[in-house]
Write a protein of this length. Sequence first.
Length: 438
Amino acid sequence: MWDPRKAGKTSGKTVGMTPDNLFFMYFTELLGLPVYDLKKRLLGRVKDAAIVPLIHPARIDRYLVGAGTSWLSVRYDQVASISLDGIHLSNEKLYPYHSDEYMLRIQRDLLDQQIIDVNGRKVVRVTDVSLERKTSAGERDGEARDALMMIEVDIGIRAILRRLLQGVAPPRWIRKLQEPIGPNSIRWDFCNIVEADPLRRLRLNISNDKLEALHPADLADIVEELGPDDREAIFGAIDSEVAAEALSEVDPKMQASILESLEPEVAADIVEEMSPDEAADALAELEDETSAEILDEMEQEPVDDVKELLEYDEDTAGGMMNTEAVVMPETTTLAEALVQLRRHEDLLETTYVIFLADAAGKITGSVPLARLFLAEGDTPLRELFSGPLISTRPSARQDRVTELFDKYNLLAMPVLEPDGSLAGVITADDVITVLRQK
């Protein structure tokens, strides 16, 4: 199998120097190649090439050939052979080229464009494309035919050198010159194209599965490297739960920019998936009118919690807290508590403690989740509570909150109303976020 990282050398001999042993070529070499008919007469030269993802994700499906003042469209199955000396056709029934939104043209749509390397979790700019030549028998006549497959996107110095010397020096010379330079490329199946137009995204069959599989923090880093239109395209296309997790990792001012760029109903779907405190922080950065439009599109349950949090100053405990918490009567047994926790599985990722309340709803203590493994099933939760309850009020300043977390090494702290009921909870993650922003 051809190894792209050893392209140009094998057993000390240069590869790709003759038509017989050409197994790969670069798009910069394909551009300008002469195209010949069955009688070896020149028809024109390659001006661009395109894949049609709905048909095949990597095979060059069309060669766009400049012939005089017009362009001709050559299908992949009309090609007999491809080499550095030119393309020879097996079928001369050609048609004028017409723009097709189902095509991804390499010269027009890919070169010099930013795309996402999902494996490297970064944004890169395409400089060239590596193509592998595959020879197979024609479906109808059994004759051998060549096809080109996109295998890698080139982003390194090698590709820049080829671009600079394109049309200036013969391809074989350029290959010799690039040999001392190490390759820098990304496999085509690790690439994710950003397309702002939803209809064209659909026509090009662009999938967001690879992006959605990334860690939210990695996706946030990628988004921050992109321009406003590309950010909007990603958040408007990926799953709303994934979008919410990634948006939570993005800088607050950029959060506002992204939400403002989306349709209110799309933004609402994303904000609904965020925790109430994160949603409130994001909406607080928006203009009142924009924030109101998004809130109007949200379902009632999260809206009430978010509106409540928006009333607090962001520099207070009320502005830091989350209203999602697990509260149980202090008489609850361990077995009963485990049943309740299974019913609220969605809260477990951000839950560090269970808060205990008396019959009047006053918070009397808390039990770290880890303690649940140290007792029998009939043990009341109040027997697992130890130490004084460290709490604060919604009006407490951020500095006071961080002091308490540092002094008592807390993972979570309840924020209590004057009557002792739970207003919300502040976690260590919330404190870290505040400290990072400072």
